[in-house]
Ligand binder design. Structure first.
Ligand code: AMP
Length: 143
């Protein structure tokens, strides 16, 4: 492969997201590729092992809404149209793998804190995306 035409950038909506987005935008512009943004909202129940006796629907809806409006703001700032701003629910690694296969992205860009040793054993999203990805993965070092 000498070029990329469909690039997916995964953003976590923290203050670190612009670092990843800026690089992704530059890379997409360089290759004249189509850039798509994705944020994966994790189901709130996951954090509690799925067994807290409460209706979490409203909280989940609020999280989804907040994710969508942040994606829209980034879409405007980085010139990515609404149809290429994806908000998805699930585990980030598996959702990113699923989208890559479904929408045939040829490059996925994620941020990486450059963890090593014990921290790496605990896992990171970048590591999870790399393992099992069907396309190239670029990890942007977050400083
Ligand atoms: P982490 O390993 O959680 O520190 O995240 C590293 C990178 O993984 C972030 O910079 C994003 O590129 C990606 N990432 C983490 N969480 C999500 C998420 N919920 N949705 C999309 N991408 C994510």
């Amino acid at each position: 492969m000498t070029s990329y035409s469909k690039i997916l950038v995964a953003i976590d909506l923290t203050e670190e997201a612009p670092q990843v987005l800026k690089k992704a935008k530059r890379i997409a512009d360089t290759f004249q590729a189509e850039l798509t943004l994705v944020h994966v909202v994790e189901p709130v129940g996951y954090a509690y092992g799925g067994d807290i006796p409460m209706d979490l629907t409203e909280l989940q809806e609020q999280l989804d809404k907040a994710a969508k409006s942040q994606l829209e703001a980034y879409g405007r700032e980085y010139d990515v149209p609404p149809e290429r701003q994806l908000a998805s629910v699930g585990r980030p690694e598996s959702e990113i793998h699923r989208l890559c296969e479904e929408k045939q992205f040829d490059l996925v860009i994620v941020g990486s804190h450059g963890r090593h040793g014990f921290q790496l054993l605990l896992g990171s999203t970048a590591n999870g995306v790399l393992h099992g990805a069907e396309c190239d993965v670029l990890a942007v070092r977050i400083t």
